[in-house]
Design a protein around this ligand. Structure first.
Ligand code: ADP
Length: 388
Protein backbone atom coordinates (compact mmCIF):
# COMPACT_ATOMS: atom_id res chain seq x y z
CA UNK A 1 0.00 0.00 0.00
CA UNK A 2 1.30 3.44 -0.63
CA UNK A 3 0.13 6.95 0.13
CA UNK A 4 0.82 10.04 -1.86
CA UNK A 5 0.19 13.74 -1.31
CA UNK A 6 -0.01 16.41 -3.87
CA UNK A 7 1.07 20.07 -3.16
CA UNK A 8 0.67 22.97 -5.50
CA UNK A 9 4.22 24.48 -5.48
CA UNK A 10 3.40 27.29 -7.90
CA UNK A 11 2.98 29.76 -5.02
CA UNK A 12 6.23 28.69 -3.39
CA UNK A 13 8.07 29.02 -6.70
CA UNK A 14 6.60 32.45 -7.28
CA UNK A 15 7.70 33.57 -3.80
CA UNK A 16 11.21 32.23 -4.37
CA UNK A 17 11.43 34.02 -7.72
CA UNK A 18 10.26 37.30 -6.16
CA UNK A 19 12.89 36.89 -3.44
CA UNK A 20 15.59 36.19 -6.03
CA UNK A 21 14.58 39.27 -8.02
CA UNK A 22 14.53 41.42 -4.92
CA UNK A 23 17.98 40.09 -3.86
CA UNK A 24 19.28 40.85 -7.38
CA UNK A 25 17.98 44.41 -7.17
CA UNK A 26 19.57 44.93 -3.74
CA UNK A 27 22.90 43.52 -5.02
CA UNK A 28 22.72 45.76 -8.07
CA UNK A 29 21.97 48.77 -5.92
CA UNK A 30 24.75 47.96 -3.44
CA UNK A 31 27.38 47.36 -6.10
CA UNK A 32 26.57 50.15 -8.53
CA UNK A 33 26.71 52.75 -5.77
CA UNK A 34 29.47 55.35 -5.61
CA UNK A 35 29.27 54.84 -1.87
CA UNK A 36 31.30 52.10 -0.24
CA UNK A 37 29.04 50.03 2.00
CA UNK A 38 30.06 47.43 4.52
CA UNK A 39 28.53 45.44 7.34
CA UNK A 40 30.52 45.06 10.52
CA UNK A 41 30.16 42.86 13.55
CA UNK A 42 32.04 44.11 16.54
CA UNK A 43 35.44 45.00 15.09
CA UNK A 44 35.23 42.89 11.96
CA UNK A 45 33.95 43.69 8.48
CA UNK A 46 31.83 40.72 7.44
CA UNK A 47 30.56 41.86 4.03
CA UNK A 48 31.09 44.81 1.74
CA UNK A 49 30.04 46.02 -1.67
CA UNK A 50 32.46 46.16 -4.61
CA UNK A 51 32.91 49.94 -4.24
CA UNK A 52 34.24 49.52 -0.69
CA UNK A 53 36.51 46.67 -1.78
CA UNK A 54 37.79 48.72 -4.75
CA UNK A 55 38.43 51.74 -2.49
CA UNK A 56 40.48 49.72 -0.04
CA UNK A 57 42.14 47.44 -2.60
CA UNK A 58 40.65 44.31 -1.03
CA UNK A 59 38.93 41.36 -2.71
CA UNK A 60 35.96 39.16 -1.81
CA UNK A 61 38.53 36.48 -0.92
CA UNK A 62 40.14 38.85 1.61
CA UNK A 63 36.71 39.34 3.11
CA UNK A 64 35.92 35.65 3.18
CA UNK A 65 39.23 34.96 4.87
CA UNK A 66 38.32 37.68 7.35
CA UNK A 67 41.34 39.68 6.26
CA UNK A 68 39.66 43.10 6.46
CA UNK A 69 39.43 43.92 10.16
CA UNK A 70 38.40 47.33 11.45
CA UNK A 71 41.65 47.87 13.22
CA UNK A 72 43.79 48.13 10.11
CA UNK A 73 41.15 49.59 7.82
CA UNK A 74 40.07 52.34 10.12
CA UNK A 75 42.83 53.15 12.61
CA UNK A 76 41.26 56.56 13.15
CA UNK A 77 38.53 54.77 15.07
CA UNK A 78 40.95 54.87 17.94
CA UNK A 79 41.05 58.68 17.79
CA UNK A 80 38.97 60.76 20.14
CA UNK A 81 36.71 62.03 17.37
CA UNK A 82 35.79 58.57 16.22
CA UNK A 83 35.33 57.52 19.83
CA UNK A 84 32.74 60.26 19.98
CA UNK A 85 31.15 58.89 16.78
CA UNK A 86 31.17 55.40 18.31
CA UNK A 87 29.42 56.67 21.42
CA UNK A 88 26.85 58.46 19.25
CA UNK A 89 26.30 55.18 17.43
CA UNK A 90 25.74 53.27 20.66
CA UNK A 91 23.40 55.94 22.04
CA UNK A 92 21.41 56.86 18.92
CA UNK A 93 22.02 53.91 16.57
CA UNK A 94 23.53 56.21 13.96
CA UNK A 95 26.46 58.60 13.66
CA UNK A 96 27.01 61.94 12.02
CA UNK A 97 29.40 61.38 9.07
CA UNK A 98 32.94 62.49 9.85
CA UNK A 99 36.21 62.81 7.94
CA UNK A 100 38.80 60.12 8.36
CA UNK A 101 41.33 58.09 6.42
CA UNK A 102 41.02 54.47 5.42
CA UNK A 103 44.23 52.51 5.30
CA UNK A 104 44.13 50.46 2.11
CA UNK A 105 45.56 46.99 1.61
CA UNK A 106 48.76 48.41 0.06
CA UNK A 107 49.28 50.76 3.02
CA UNK A 108 48.17 53.94 1.23
CA UNK A 109 45.66 56.26 2.90
CA UNK A 110 42.32 57.25 1.38
CA UNK A 111 40.49 60.32 2.79
CA UNK A 112 36.81 59.44 3.23
CA UNK A 113 33.60 60.53 4.88
CA UNK A 114 32.32 57.77 7.15
CA UNK A 115 28.75 57.47 8.40
CA UNK A 116 26.89 54.51 9.81
CA UNK A 117 23.92 52.94 11.52
CA UNK A 118 23.95 50.27 14.20
CA UNK A 119 21.69 47.38 15.22
CA UNK A 120 21.92 46.22 18.74
CA UNK A 121 22.19 42.49 19.01
CA UNK A 122 24.40 40.59 21.39
CA UNK A 123 27.38 41.98 19.54
CA UNK A 124 27.33 45.47 18.03
CA UNK A 125 26.41 45.13 14.36
CA UNK A 126 26.29 47.98 11.95
CA UNK A 127 26.33 49.19 8.38
CA UNK A 128 28.96 51.74 7.38
CA UNK A 129 28.78 54.16 4.46
CA UNK A 130 32.01 55.46 3.02
CA UNK A 131 32.43 58.25 0.47
CA UNK A 132 35.72 59.00 -1.25
CA UNK A 133 36.67 62.48 -0.02
CA UNK A 134 40.04 62.81 -1.77
CA UNK A 135 38.92 65.40 -4.37
CA UNK A 136 37.55 67.61 -1.59
CA UNK A 137 40.68 67.14 0.52
CA UNK A 138 42.93 67.99 -2.42
CA UNK A 139 40.95 71.14 -3.15
CA UNK A 140 41.19 72.11 0.50
CA UNK A 141 44.96 71.60 0.41
CA UNK A 142 45.28 73.68 -2.76
CA UNK A 143 43.27 76.46 -1.10
CA UNK A 144 45.54 76.36 1.97
CA UNK A 145 48.66 76.46 -0.20
CA UNK A 146 47.20 79.37 -2.14
CA UNK A 147 46.38 81.26 1.07
CA UNK A 148 49.89 80.68 2.37
CA UNK A 149 51.45 81.86 -0.88
CA UNK A 150 49.25 84.91 -1.33
CA UNK A 151 49.88 86.16 2.20
CA UNK A 152 53.64 85.75 1.73
CA UNK A 153 53.51 87.47 -1.65
CA UNK A 154 51.56 90.39 -0.18
CA UNK A 155 53.85 90.86 2.78
CA UNK A 156 56.90 92.04 0.84
CA UNK A 157 55.25 94.80 -1.26
CA UNK A 158 53.32 95.88 1.83
CA UNK A 159 56.50 96.34 3.85
CA UNK A 160 57.99 98.36 1.00
CA UNK A 161 54.80 100.44 0.71
CA UNK A 162 55.03 101.26 4.43
CA UNK A 163 58.62 102.47 4.07
CA UNK A 164 57.78 104.59 1.04
CA UNK A 165 54.84 106.12 2.90
CA UNK A 166 57.03 107.09 5.84
CA UNK A 167 59.56 108.61 3.44
CA UNK A 168 56.80 110.54 1.63
CA UNK A 169 55.33 111.75 4.90
CA UNK A 170 58.69 113.21 5.99
CA UNK A 171 59.16 114.96 2.65
CA UNK A 172 55.64 116.41 2.63
CA UNK A 173 55.87 117.59 6.23
CA UNK A 174 58.89 119.66 5.32
CA UNK A 175 56.98 121.43 2.55
CA UNK A 176 54.36 122.70 4.97
CA UNK A 177 51.44 121.83 2.66
CA UNK A 178 47.83 121.99 3.93
CA UNK A 179 46.08 118.75 5.03
CA UNK A 180 49.27 116.69 4.89
CA UNK A 181 48.73 115.33 8.38
CA UNK A 182 45.12 114.30 7.67
CA UNK A 183 45.97 112.61 4.37
CA UNK A 184 48.95 110.78 5.84
CA UNK A 185 46.91 109.59 8.80
CA UNK A 186 44.27 108.19 6.43
CA UNK A 187 46.96 106.42 4.46
CA UNK A 188 48.36 104.92 7.66
CA UNK A 189 44.93 103.68 8.74
CA UNK A 190 44.34 101.92 5.42
CA UNK A 191 47.84 100.49 5.37
CA UNK A 192 47.34 99.25 8.87
CA UNK A 193 44.05 97.56 7.96
CA UNK A 194 45.67 95.73 5.04
CA UNK A 195 48.66 94.73 7.19
CA UNK A 196 46.35 93.25 9.81
CA UNK A 197 44.44 91.34 7.15
CA UNK A 198 47.63 89.90 5.65
CA UNK A 199 48.95 88.99 9.12
CA UNK A 200 45.71 87.17 9.90
CA UNK A 201 45.84 85.33 6.58
CA UNK A 202 49.40 84.29 7.35
CA UNK A 203 48.42 83.15 10.85
CA UNK A 204 45.53 81.09 9.49
CA UNK A 205 47.89 79.50 7.01
CA UNK A 206 50.48 78.81 9.73
CA UNK A 207 47.84 77.30 12.01
CA UNK A 208 46.82 74.96 9.18
CA UNK A 209 50.38 73.80 8.66
CA UNK A 210 51.16 73.72 12.40
CA UNK A 211 53.81 76.41 11.99
CA UNK A 212 52.46 79.11 14.30
CA UNK A 213 55.23 79.64 16.82
CA UNK A 214 54.75 80.63 20.45
CA UNK A 215 57.14 82.25 22.88
CA UNK A 216 57.20 80.91 26.43
CA UNK A 217 57.48 83.69 28.94
CA UNK A 218 55.84 84.81 32.13
CA UNK A 219 53.03 87.18 31.18
CA UNK A 220 50.86 89.41 33.34
CA UNK A 221 47.38 89.34 31.79
CA UNK A 222 46.23 92.33 33.84
CA UNK A 223 48.98 94.42 32.32
CA UNK A 224 48.35 93.22 28.75
CA UNK A 225 44.65 93.96 29.08
CA UNK A 226 45.34 97.44 30.40
CA UNK A 227 47.52 98.15 27.35
CA UNK A 228 45.11 96.64 24.84
CA UNK A 229 42.19 98.54 26.32
CA UNK A 230 44.25 101.75 26.18
CA UNK A 231 45.10 101.25 22.51
CA UNK A 232 41.56 100.36 21.46
CA UNK A 233 40.03 103.13 23.52
CA UNK A 234 42.36 105.59 21.79
CA UNK A 235 41.14 104.54 18.35
CA UNK A 236 37.43 103.94 19.07
CA UNK A 237 36.16 107.01 20.83
CA UNK A 238 32.55 105.94 20.14
CA UNK A 239 32.67 103.30 22.89
CA UNK A 240 33.63 103.23 26.54
CA UNK A 241 35.57 100.22 27.73
CA UNK A 242 35.29 99.50 31.46
CA UNK A 243 38.10 97.31 32.77
CA UNK A 244 37.73 95.48 36.08
CA UNK A 245 41.14 94.28 37.27
CA UNK A 246 41.91 90.98 38.94
CA UNK A 247 41.99 90.84 42.72
CA UNK A 248 45.25 88.83 42.66
CA UNK A 249 48.09 88.56 40.12
CA UNK A 250 47.03 86.99 36.85
CA UNK A 251 50.26 85.51 35.53
CA UNK A 252 50.30 82.88 32.83
CA UNK A 253 53.10 81.32 30.84
CA UNK A 254 52.77 82.08 27.16
CA UNK A 255 53.32 84.36 24.22
CA UNK A 256 52.71 87.98 25.13
CA UNK A 257 51.99 89.24 21.60
CA UNK A 258 49.66 86.40 20.76
CA UNK A 259 47.79 86.78 24.05
CA UNK A 260 47.43 90.49 23.30
CA UNK A 261 46.04 89.47 19.90
CA UNK A 262 43.32 87.43 21.65
CA UNK A 263 42.11 90.50 23.56
CA UNK A 264 42.50 92.84 20.58
CA UNK A 265 40.27 90.57 18.53
CA UNK A 266 37.63 90.11 21.20
CA UNK A 267 37.49 93.84 21.93
CA UNK A 268 37.47 94.83 18.25
CA UNK A 269 34.57 92.41 17.69
CA UNK A 270 32.72 93.71 20.75
CA UNK A 271 32.90 97.24 19.29
CA UNK A 272 32.17 96.20 15.70
CA UNK A 273 29.11 94.12 16.58
CA UNK A 274 27.68 96.65 19.04
CA UNK A 275 27.47 99.83 16.97
CA UNK A 276 24.58 101.26 19.01
CA UNK A 277 25.61 100.11 22.49
CA UNK A 278 28.61 102.11 23.63
CA UNK A 279 29.49 100.21 26.82
CA UNK A 280 31.95 97.32 26.70
CA UNK A 281 32.86 95.59 29.97
CA UNK A 282 36.05 93.63 30.49
CA UNK A 283 36.55 91.63 33.65
CA UNK A 284 39.42 89.59 34.99
CA UNK A 285 38.75 87.04 37.71
CA UNK A 286 41.34 84.76 39.28
CA UNK A 287 40.63 81.51 41.07
CA UNK A 288 43.04 79.08 42.72
CA UNK A 289 44.59 77.83 39.51
CA UNK A 290 42.90 79.67 36.65
CA UNK A 291 42.12 83.14 35.41
CA UNK A 292 39.05 84.04 33.38
CA UNK A 293 38.79 87.12 31.18
CA UNK A 294 35.29 88.12 30.13
CA UNK A 295 34.45 90.60 27.37
CA UNK A 296 30.84 91.71 27.38
CA UNK A 297 29.01 93.82 24.82
CA UNK A 298 25.36 94.70 24.38
CA UNK A 299 25.34 94.41 20.63
CA UNK A 300 23.60 92.33 18.00
CA UNK A 301 24.31 88.99 19.72
CA UNK A 302 24.72 85.62 18.06
CA UNK A 303 21.81 83.23 17.37
CA UNK A 304 22.07 80.19 19.64
CA UNK A 305 22.23 77.68 16.77
CA UNK A 306 25.28 79.44 15.25
CA UNK A 307 27.28 79.87 18.44
CA UNK A 308 29.05 76.53 18.07
CA UNK A 309 30.38 77.47 14.65
CA UNK A 310 31.83 80.96 15.10
CA UNK A 311 35.27 79.56 16.02
CA UNK A 312 35.53 77.76 12.69
CA UNK A 313 37.82 79.05 9.97
CA UNK A 314 36.14 81.66 7.73
CA UNK A 315 32.76 81.19 9.45
CA UNK A 316 30.61 84.29 9.85
CA UNK A 317 27.32 84.39 11.73
CA UNK A 318 26.23 87.59 9.97
CA UNK A 319 24.51 87.21 6.60
CA UNK A 320 26.73 88.04 3.63
CA UNK A 321 24.46 90.88 2.55
CA UNK A 322 24.93 92.62 5.94
CA UNK A 323 27.90 94.72 4.79
CA UNK A 324 27.57 96.88 7.89
CA UNK A 325 29.85 94.38 9.61
CA UNK A 326 32.90 93.79 7.44
CA UNK A 327 35.09 90.79 8.21
CA UNK A 328 36.40 87.52 6.88
CA UNK A 329 35.73 85.13 9.76
CA UNK A 330 39.39 84.58 10.68
CA UNK A 331 39.62 86.40 14.04
CA UNK A 332 37.89 83.93 16.36
CA UNK A 333 39.50 80.98 14.62
CA UNK A 334 42.92 82.45 15.43
CA UNK A 335 41.80 83.42 18.94
CA UNK A 336 40.54 79.90 19.69
CA UNK A 337 43.79 78.38 18.41
CA UNK A 338 45.95 80.71 20.54
CA UNK A 339 43.81 80.02 23.60
CA UNK A 340 44.01 76.27 22.99
CA UNK A 341 47.80 76.43 22.60
CA UNK A 342 47.98 78.15 26.00
CA UNK A 343 46.04 75.29 27.58
CA UNK A 344 42.96 77.50 27.89
CA UNK A 345 39.33 77.39 26.84
CA UNK A 346 36.99 79.90 25.22
CA UNK A 347 33.21 79.98 25.27
CA UNK A 348 30.47 82.39 24.40
CA UNK A 349 27.17 83.28 26.01
CA UNK A 350 24.94 85.26 23.75
CA UNK A 351 21.38 86.07 22.83
CA UNK A 352 20.32 87.52 19.53
CA UNK A 353 19.71 91.25 19.89
CA UNK A 354 20.93 91.33 23.50
CA UNK A 355 24.70 91.13 23.27
CA UNK A 356 27.46 88.62 23.89
CA UNK A 357 29.97 87.66 26.56
CA UNK A 358 33.15 85.84 25.59
CA UNK A 359 34.86 84.01 28.46
CA UNK A 360 38.49 82.99 28.07
CA UNK A 361 40.08 80.85 30.79
CA UNK A 362 43.82 80.19 31.16
CA UNK A 363 45.68 78.10 33.72
CA UNK A 364 47.65 80.36 36.04
CA UNK A 365 51.42 80.03 36.04
CA UNK A 366 52.59 77.84 38.92
CA UNK A 367 54.84 80.63 40.20
CA UNK A 368 52.12 83.26 40.23
CA UNK A 369 52.26 83.25 44.02
CA UNK A 370 55.82 84.50 43.53
CA UNK A 371 53.93 87.15 41.64
CA UNK A 372 54.80 90.57 40.47
CA UNK A 373 58.58 90.35 41.07
CA UNK A 374 58.98 87.51 38.60
CA UNK A 375 56.82 89.38 36.11
CA UNK A 376 58.64 92.62 36.53
CA UNK A 377 61.96 91.14 35.44
CA UNK A 378 60.39 89.84 32.27
CA UNK A 379 58.61 93.04 31.46
CA UNK A 380 61.82 94.93 30.78
CA UNK A 381 62.56 94.99 27.10
CA UNK A 382 59.13 93.69 26.10
CA UNK A 383 57.45 95.50 23.25
CA UNK A 384 54.34 97.38 24.09
CA UNK A 385 51.18 96.84 22.07
CA UNK A 386 51.19 99.47 19.42
CA UNK A 387 48.38 98.74 17.08
CA UNK A 388 44.76 97.64 16.97
P1 ADP B 1 34.76 88.51 11.55
O1 ADP B 1 34.36 89.44 12.63
O2 ADP B 1 35.89 88.99 10.72
O3 ADP B 1 33.60 88.08 10.72
P2 ADP B 1 35.47 86.55 13.62
O4 ADP B 1 36.12 85.24 13.43
O5 ADP B 1 36.09 87.52 14.54
O6 ADP B 1 35.30 87.13 12.17
O7 ADP B 1 34.01 86.26 14.14
C1 ADP B 1 33.23 85.22 13.53
C2 ADP B 1 31.77 85.60 13.57
O8 ADP B 1 31.30 85.55 14.92
C3 ADP B 1 31.47 86.99 13.08
O9 ADP B 1 31.31 87.02 11.69
C4 ADP B 1 30.18 87.32 13.82
O10 ADP B 1 29.10 86.78 13.13
C5 ADP B 1 30.33 86.57 15.14
N1 ADP B 1 30.79 87.43 16.25
C6 ADP B 1 32.02 87.49 16.77
N2 ADP B 1 32.07 88.34 17.81
C7 ADP B 1 30.82 88.83 17.98
C8 ADP B 1 30.22 89.73 18.88
N3 ADP B 1 30.88 90.32 19.87
N4 ADP B 1 28.88 89.97 18.72
C9 ADP B 1 28.18 89.38 17.75
N5 ADP B 1 28.70 88.51 16.85
C10 ADP B 1 29.99 88.22 16.96
Amino acid sequence: MWLSTCTDIDDQKRTEETLRQSQKRVDLLMNSSIIGIFCAEDDEIVCANTTFLRMTGNSQEDLQQRNVPWATTTPALASSFSQQAYQEMVAHHCMTPFEMELVCKDGSHLPVLLGGIAFHEEVLQGVGFVMDNSACRELEQRKDTFLGMISHELKTPLASLKLQTQFLRKKLEKQDLPNVEVVCARMDTQLHAVTRLVDELLDVSHIQTGKLEYAQEMVDLDEILEEVVGVIQGVHTTHTIMLRHAASPAAVVGDRDRLARVFLNLLSNAIKYAPDAPLIEVGLATEASAVTISVRDQGIGIPRELQGRIFERFYRAVPLQQCAFPGLGMGLYIVAEIVRRHGGTIRVESEKGKGSIFHVTFPLAASRRGGPEVLKEKRDGQDSIKSV
